[in-house]
Design a protein around this ligand. Structure first.
Ligand SMILES: NC(=O)c1ccc[n+]([C@@H]2O[C@H](COP(=O)([O-])OP(=O)(O)OC[C@H]3O[C@@H](n4cnc5c(N)ncnc54)[C@H](OP(=O)(O)O)[C@@H]3O)[C@@H](O)[C@H]2O)c1
Length: 302
């Protein structure tokens, strides 16, 4: 069993690291807010004092942090991951961040004689716990073969999409479809409801129809049951991803009209006080505009 490093032990990172611990690997971890790592200490995690110390202790290091700013903070500088890498190390970066920052860090990693892969995660916290997450991977194929067993200890599938940075492009392309699908689902439910079909019946019919993607199957019930008090994927987090998609679209010359609309729709949700909920509250915004009640929730809501 290997000694592996993990930097960023938030909602996703802690669960990803936990899968590695449960598979029998030794894991050295770091989180900016140290207290957040404590729950994993009981499971065997050794906490290091800096991202650099994590990289110095392991030949393979993973990171999973919020955004471009967070990634720069943990990867660069004298205490960053890159400073602790040695020749032959592999750095696997999993955050949903921009391809440009990923490639910039990749250059610094290569300068140290190490390899970098981008391996963003498809799936939610629950999917990770169930071992059903999948990875899109960009970067050197030999480096991927070295870390493939660890990725498969965490999740169910690995798809190599090309050179470093392209997996982040693929992830952002994939994520833009989530609120767009949810908005289309909301239009269908509310059109049916205001035409005289009970909301529960409309949701049931749609969930049995060909439009019911796995994402719609997960979130469709939110609009008739209780929206989870703790967001599966909050409004600000999905807006970060939509902005990455819009930036990428501008860079390569692909218009993303439904992405832009979904982004604005989520800003409306924040304006209505729904920003802490799951992005499924795109439904509530349209319900409010249609003169219909929003989804049942424990607190707040339009
Ligand atoms: N949640 C999901 O369902 C899901 C699914 C797929 C992908 N993702 C992606 O996974 C990444 C992490 O999301 P999450 O859900 O785990 O969020 P989270 O629970 O808020 O965790 C964010 C992590 O980033 C760290 N961080 C934030 N700003 C930082 C900074 N300036 N310097 C150093 N560390 C910083 C946090 O450290 P602190 O604890 O100190 O704040 C924490 O470890 C995001 O890119 C997200 O888009 C999430």
């Amino acid at each position: 069993m290997a000694t592996l490093g993990f930097v960023g032990l938030g909602a996703m990172g802690s669960r990803l690291a936990r899968r590695l611990l449960d598979a029998g690997h030794a894991v050295v971890g770091y989180n900016r807010t140290r207290a957040r790592a404590q729950s994993l200490v009981a499971a065997g995690l050794r906490v290091a004092d800096s991202p650099r110390a994590v990289a110095e202790a392991c030949e393979v290091v993973f990171s999973m942090v919020m955004d471009d700013r967070a990634l720069r903070a943990v990867a660069l500088g004298p205490d960053g991951i890159v400073a602790g890498l040695s020749g032959g190390s592999v750095y696997v970066e999993m955050s949903t961040v921009s391809p440009a920052v990923t490639r910039e860090i990749g250059e610094a990693v290569a300068a140290r004689g190490a390899a970098m892969l981008d391996a963003p995660v498809s799936g939610s916290t629950i999917t990770v716990e169930q071992g059903q997450a999948s990875f899109m991977v960009g970067g050197d194929p030999d480096a991927l073969e070295r870390v493939r067993p660890y990725l498969l200890a965490i999740g169910a599938a690995v798809t190599r999409v090309g050179p470093l940075g392209l997996a982040k492009c693929m992830k952002v392309a994939s994520n833009l479809t989530l609120p767009v699908q949810m908005l289309a689902f909301s239009e269908a439910v509310l059109l049916a409801e205001k035409s005289g079909i009970a909301r529960e019946v409309a949701v049931e019919a749609l969930l049995k129809s060909v439009m019911a993607s796995p994402m719609v199957k997960y979130r469709g019930p939110f609009v008739v049951g209780r929206m989870p008090a703790e967001a599966w994927f909050s409004v600000p987090k999905i807006q970060k991803d939509l902005q990455l998609a819009l930036d990428q679209g501008r860079a390569v010359g692909v218009p993303l009209p439904t992405t832009a609309l979904a982004h604005e729709w989520l800003t409306m949700a924040r304006g209505l006080g729904l920003g802490d909920y799951d992005f499924a509250v795109v439904f509530d915004v349209l319900a409010w505009m249609s003169g219909l009640p929003g989804s049942p929730k424990s607190t707040g809501g339009a």
